[in-house]
Ligand binder design. Structure first.
Ligand code: SF4
Ligand code: SF4
Length: 378
């Protein structure tokens, strides 16, 4: 992950990751990153530009950075992604990003009024303007929807908005903001998040041909394959790193700007071992070991792995006092998928001889096996 700046032109009410006056990464820092990575590891890499708002770095930054990362690190077969609110998208920027076919993730919390209420006034229009430019240049954009303790009351409207506009729904629960006086004001509680996931699973099953709810697909894939498929459900430590605007290396973009989580700096070209023995590296390793003990009795441990370490240890300044607080939500949805799957398997086995189809759910709603079959056939 490359974090060109922590600055952001928006002031979303629940934001936890932007910082006013944050500097922009220099090309020299990119060059040092390339030098560092030349001999760091040999496996394929995906560079995700994140922020703050990464487009604040401007077209010239990407025009210089993308060739450096691509040509000098050919042996790592680099892929790219970018997470942006799209406000700063220009035809010039879109041209550079399109040349490298960079998939874009953006943020939209639902219909305009709701989105602007919890992000900021005028947010929706600015994002849509950037979206149009991105589309005109052939860029693929997917939106992440943050559900807060407020917007969850309008979950049906939000679902319908994404479905009716032909958008894939990927959701994210609002986290307690560590930079706010009222950290929990917008945060979605684990109970609410668990119920929301089950609700969205049912809505997804009812509307399977019109929308994809990405998180539900991911949870199903975990249960089906027994392996985590997104960062929250694998041991991300030692495989994910983030480079902040000044070249500091962190375990993930979420920690950028928190000095106690700095593992090293690209200018020192640290080895994997150097990062692992840094205090932040050791803390991440301790979390992994803690999960091995604490989640030992959980049937989901293989593909959950204790959830996100940031959620678990950032609010306690790195002290390990528990696993990811969203554990309750993860259990709720993993249990629901597993139970439905088993019930449908048993049902199709018992009734199959009488002509029942596997994948049948309750009433007119397709079952979870239909969803899994759809995923397999993809
Ligand atoms: S700390 Fe959390 S968000 Fe970051 S890579 Fe790990 S699981 Fe993903
Ligand atoms: S669901 Fe909870 S207990 Fe189970 S592995 Fe995940 S975090 Fe641990």
């Amino acid at each position: 992950m490359i974090i060109p700046t922590l600055g952001c032109p928006s002031k979303c009410a629940y934001c936890w990751s932007s910082e006013v006056g944050s500097p922009i990464m220099s090309i020299d820092t990119i060059k040092e990153t390339v030098e560092w990575l030349k001999s760091f590891r040999n496996d394929p890499v995906t560079f995700t530009f994140h922020g703050g708002e990464p487009l604040l770095a401007g077209a010239e930054f990407y025009r210089k950075t993308l060739p450096l990362l691509t040509q000098d690190l050919q042996h790592l077969t680099p892929n790219f992604a970018l997470q942006t609110n799209l406000w700063k998208m220009t035809p010039e920027l879109a041209d550079v990003l399109a040349e490298y076919k960079i998939p874009i993730g953006s943020s939209l919390d639902g219909p305009q009024e709701l989105n602007d209420l919890q992000r900021s006034e005028g947010y929706y229009e600015r994002t849509m303007k950037g979206y149009e430019i991105a589309k005109e240049h052939g860029l693929q954009v997917q939106f992440i929807c943050t559900f807060t303790s407020y917007s969850v009351k309008f979950k049906e409207d939000i679902f319908n908005y994404f479905r009716d506009n032909g958008l894939t729904l990927k959701l994210h629960p609002a986290l307690p903001s560590l930079r706010s006086d009222e950290p929990d004001k917008w945060a979605l509680s684990p109970q609410e998040y668990g119920e929301l996931l089950v609700y969205l699973m049912d809505k997804y099953l009812e509307n399977m041909n019109q929308i994809e709810v990405r998180n539900i697909s991911d949870y199903c894939r975990c249960v089906l394959t027994g392996r985590g498929t997104v960062c929250t459900f694998v041991d991300c430590m030692e495989n994910t790193f983030a480079v902040g605007p000044d070249g500091s290396i962190y375990p993930c973009y979420r920690f950028v700007g928190m000095p106690e989580f700095i593992m090293g700096n690209v200018r020192d070209h640290p080895s994997q071992q150097d990062l692992a023995v840094s205090p932040a590296g050791r803390r991440m390793r301790q979390y992994k070991e803690y999960v091995d003990t604490e989640c030992k009795g959980c049937k989901h441990i293989r593909y959950c792995r204790g959830g996100c370490p940031y959620n678990a240890i950032a609010p306690t300044n790195g002290e390990i006092k528990g696993v990811d607080p969203h554990c309750l939500a993860y259990k709720r949805i993993f249990d629901e998928i597993g139970d439905r799957f088993n019930k449908e398997m048993m049902g199709s086995f018992g009734l199959g001889m009488m002509g029942s189809q596997p994948g049948a759910g309750t009433g007119s709603r397709p079952g979870i096996m239909s969803l899994m079959q759809k995923m397999i056939s993809k």
